[in-house]
Ligand binder design. Structure first.
Ligand code: AMP
Length: 112
């Protein structure tokens, strides 16, 4: 079981900013920007690489929820970045699909 499943089951506390039947979003415990939210599906999917056609609507909803949270937190005009890390080279540390919403400061590009 990953830490994110424990957050879904409320076994581990988190600063939750959004929840619906399929999706949960909470503040990252080690924020890399003034706004750093993690958006996850409640179903266990390891990463985008493990997703299939049946997950298409859910993947789309994760992006739309991220945009909604960015609007709610007031960073849509200034801008933000959505990132999903995959496996070792992608820097994925929690093996439960998630999107990082990062904003509140100028982000550099390209990533290191
Ligand atoms: P990744 O490295 O892309 O797998 O992202 C995992 C993210 O989850 C990291 O940014 C961690 O800081 C974050 N994280 C790990 N444990 C927790 C937790 N208990 N509550 C909130 N965020 C967490």
């Amino acid at each position: 079981m990953t830490i994110f499943q424990k957050i879904i089951s409320r076994e581990t506390p988190a600063d939750i900013v959004y929840e619906d039947d399929e999706i949960l979003a909470f503040r990252d415990i080690a924020p890399q920007a003034p706004t750093h939210i993690v958006i996850i599906p409640k179903t266990q999917i390891r990463s985008v690489a493990a997703a299939g056609p049946k997950d298409a609507v859910l993947l789309g909803r994760l992006m739309l929820v991220a945009a909604e949270i960015a609007r709610d937190l007031g960073i849509d005009e200034s801008g933000y970045r959505l990132v999903t890390n995959i496996n070792r080279h992608g820097g994925q540390s929690v093996m439960h699909l998630h999107i990082h919403l990062l904003g509140g400061r100028q982000l550099s590009w390209p990533p290191g």
